[in-house]
Design a protein around this ligand. Structure first.
Ligand SMILES: NC(=O)c1ccc[n+]([C@@H]2O[C@H](COP(=O)([O-])OP(=O)(O)OC[C@H]3O[C@@H](n4cnc5c(N)ncnc54)[C@H](OP(=O)(O)O)[C@@H]3O)[C@@H](O)[C@H]2O)c1
Length: 297
């Protein structure tokens, strides 16, 4: 296997879990608004099978996508799972019938969430569970997460969870959690245009902890920038491939989980690992964060 296949490899700190740096985020497999079944169930299954056939061995999900739908599609498409496939899920929310996102953070909620994931994925233990702080929807907010992390640490001692990560957190919340248990990954909103976590990424890199950006392509508001388009044209790539390649070059602890419901987009995203960006191009792309997104620059 080529060392650069799917962006190379990363081993989660203190674990035996090694994944390619380009993985797959399954949220787009649920229906509109991350609710209900997809319009094209066979298409969703095909995306997952194509990803794994191409070597993807890191899939991000949650039982609250759908709810339950995304995990059930993963199970339908991929169970029994290939050895080495790492499925990372997250807890901290529930979806009532009004389709909203509500916190589910008591020890009982978290325990029930683990069992939902185990049942719907068809697993006996979960490789990595992120505690996702819901907050007010405007990014990470300070506040103790000790109770929830302690509950996950108990579930880990009981063997239902192998490793713990965090999502939508501040640097001080990471430190608070690390005083309770080992943290193997942090999943926050980060991309070419949204770079609030630059210092946190560098700190996680120093510690060997994976940083897994959600919305690597801009999420519900896809990245658009004339600089990005210009660089893509010059390299004979697409803007989304350049956005992913920029993340791979940004720091060796960054793992990608771009989401797509399309096999064509999946192939395009996986090929981003072949792109090499010169230091000059990387610096040119760094300039995007300094300018308002969507405005020509
Ligand atoms: N921890 C958290 O709070 C959190 C929050 C959000 C997401 N996540 C995780 O992070 C993963 C990634 O986030 P995301 O899926 O929301 O956002 P994303 O990866 O930034 O972008 C996904 C969007 O980009 C489109 N897309 C994908 N590849 C493309 C391509 N090559 N060309 C053009 N458009 C493309 C997708 O549409 P098509 O389906 O048409 O390709 C979709 O609309 C999710 O799947 C989920 O697992 C975690």
């Amino acid at each position: 296997m080529s060392e650069t296949k799917l962006g190379g490899q990363f081993t989660f700190r203190g674990t035996s879990l090694t994944v390619h740096r380009i993985g797959y985020g399954a949220m787009q497999l649920a229906g509109p608004g991350v609710w209900g079944p997809p319009k094209d169930q066979d298409g969703a299954v095909a995306v997952l099978r194509e990803a794994v056939a191409a070597g993807v061995n890191h899939i991000d999900t949650s039982d609250y996508y759908g709810p339950h739908v995304t995990n059930q599609i993963i199970r339908q498409a991929l169970h029994p799972y290939l050895a080495g496939l790492v499925i990372v899920t997250k807890l901290g929310a529930r979806r009532p019938p009004d389709k909203s996102w509500q916190p589910a953070i008591s020890p009982e909620d978290l325990t029930a969430g683990v069992h939902d994931n185990l049942r719907n994925l068809g697993l006996d233990a979960l490789d990595i569970v992120n505690y996702r702080v819901l907050g007010s929807g405007h990014g990470p907010e300070e506040g103790s997460i000790a109770q929830q992390v302690s509950a996950l640490a108990d579930l880990r001692r009981n063997g239902l969870i192998r490793h713990i990560g965090l999502s939508n957190v501040t640097a001080s919340q990471v430190a608070e959690a690390q005083a309770i248990t080992d943290i193997v990954c942090v999943q926050n909103n980060y991309n070419l245009a949204s770079r609030h976590d630059d210092a946190l990424i560098d700190d996680m890199a120093r510690q060997g902890i994976a940083y897994v950006p959600f919305f690597p392509l801009g999420g519900f508001t896809p990245l658009q920038s004339s600089t990005l388009s210009h660089v893509a044209g010059r390299l004979g790539a697409t803007p989304m491939q350049v956005a992913l390649a920029w993340l791979l070059h940004r720091s060796p602890n960054i793992l990608l989980i771009p989401g797509t419901s399309s096999v064509a987009h999946l192939r395009e995203n996986l090929a981003a690992g072949q792109l090499t960006l010169s230091p000059e191009t990387q610096a040119e792309l760094d300039g995007i964060a300094a300018a308002p997104i969507g405005v020509p620059h």
